[in-house]
Every structure is written in structure tokens, then in C-alpha cells.
Design a protein around this ligand. Structure first.
Ligand code: SAM
Length: 215
């Protein structure tokens, strides 16, 4: 799997690292649209890491079945632990999401929290085009990601912070991507439309809700 980052070494510490750096802000961003997800039945969660969001989704939505795709075996192990007694509703896929293709399933929910940031713009474009073939017409795609807002805050605070995060992930996981992908542009080109958004920390964190456009 060419250029794949390895998150195994930080799987156990991921939640602690997050709490030490961002407190509860990333969690708020992940849960921004949780209410809209409570009637979903078939979810694809890409790069969910330690699975805290999947665990919360399973708890809030007793009927949803989840396909969880991650390239880190340790992250997936933690995900199963966090899902606890609800793990029976999760199918684990140890795979590189840049190459993985669903086997005929269609989903009414896609979740990518702080995962697209691990990909290049070209990779997000290819992923969005592939996923477009596997979503139901009323599907939702919930995205959380870092962003660099316009203005002095973006230049002086958000940009250096994002670069520092990429450097930290390069050291800790070998992640080669060093700049945020232009996800919005390529998701729109693939046939998805943004229907809602919320931002946190002055625009550094973006939560977005997307849906496929009618064809
Ligand atoms: C920055 S973490 C985000 C974890 C979690 N979604 C969150 O909200 O914090 C990125 C996750 O994506 C996984 N990942 C990175 N690149 C991947 C790829 N190409 N295919 C599958 N998983 C990948 C990593 O193993 C890790 O669990």
C-alpha cells in the first residue's frame, strides 16, 4: 500500500493526545450533525481510528449497521473495544480506503471525520467518485476536517497550527500528505452537494453535511 501512514503506534494514545491538544473541540465537531444520523441504517465509516464516533453512533442509533474501514489494525482493535456489546453491528475492514471498493453494498451514511485530511486532493477526488456509485439517493455524508479560514487568523494561527499537525503526524505515523486537500471542490465535482456546515475554533474545524445530487 504505497505511501500509507501507519497509525498503529499511536492508537492507544490517540484519545489522550487529542484531549491534551484540542480538549473537547474535535469531539464537538464530530458530533455536530449526530441528530441527523439517528435514522440511518447502513453506514460506511472511513478512517474512524479508535472508533469513539462509531461507538456513539451505535449507541444513539440502535438499527444502524456499520462498515468500518481503516488501514491500522491497532486502531480497529480499539474501535471494536470501544463499540463494546454493540460490536456485532460493525463489520471491520482492514484496508487502504484509497483502493477499497464496497462489494455491491449501498450506504445511506458515509462518515469521514479528520480522515480526508490524510489524503491528497487527487485521492479525495477518486474516493468521492467511487463512493458516489455506492450511496443511496437520500444518503448523507458527514465530514469533519481542518480548514484555514481567510484573514489574519487563518494566516497567523490556523495555517501554522495545521502545518505543525502535519509535521507531528509525519513523525508519528509517516503520513506524507503535508497540505489540506481541496475536498469541497472535488466532492462537488463527484456529484455531492453541501447542505449544512458548522465551524469551531474560529473556522479551524469544519463539520459539513453532504448529500448526493440527483442524476
Ligand atoms: C487522523 S486519524 C482520524 C481518526 C478519527 N476519524 C478521528 O475522528 O479522529 C486518521 C485515521 O485514518 C486512518 N487512515 C489513514 N490513511 C488511511 C487510508 N489510506 N486508508 C484507511 N485508513 C487510513 C488511520 O489509520 C487513522 O485511524
Amino acid at each position: 500500500m504505497k505511501g500509507l501512514a501507519n497509525f498503529n503506534g499511536i492508537a492507544r494514545w490517540y484519545e489522550t493526545l487529542e484531549a491534551a491538544t484540542f480538549g473537547t473541540k474535535l469531539w464537538k465537531s464530530r458530533c455536530a450533525f449526530l441528530d441527523e444520523l439517528k435514522t440511518r441504517r447502513s453506514a460506511l465509516v472511513l478512517g474512524d481510528g479508535d472508533g469513539r464516533f462509531t461507538a456513539r453512533l451505535l449507541a444513539e442509533n440502535p438499527l444502524v449497521l456499520v462498515d468500518a474501514v481503516d488501514a491500522s489494525v491497532e486502531m480497529l482493535r480499539t474501535l471494536v473495544q470501544n463499540a463494546g456489546e454493540r460490536a456485532g453491528r460493525v463489520r471491520i475492514r482492514l484496508a487502504d480506503a484509497r483502493e477499497w471498493e464496497p462489494e455491491g453494498e449501498t450506504y445511506d451514511l458515509i462518515v469521514t471525520h479528520f480522515f480526508l485530511d490524510c489524503l491528497t486532493t487527487v485521492e479525495v477526488a477518486a474516493l468521492a467518485e467511487r463512493l458516489r456509485k455506492h450511496v443511496q439517493p437520500d444518503a448523507l455524508w458527514v465530514v469533519s476536517e481542518f480548514a484555514i479560514p481567510d484573514g489574519w487568523y487563518g494566516r497567523l494561527v490556523a495555517w501554522p497550527l495545521v502545518q505543525a499537525l502535519y509535521l507531528a503526524f509525519f513523525v508519528l505515523t509517516g503520513l506524507r500528505v503535508q497540505r489540506l486537500p481541496r475536498s469541497r471542490e472535488v466532492m462537488e465535482a463527484a456529484g455531492f452537494a453541501r447542505i449544512a456546515e458548522r465551524s469551531f475554533m474560529g473556522g479551524l474545524l469544519q463539520s459539513e453535511l453532504w448529500r448526493p445530487e440527483a442524476r
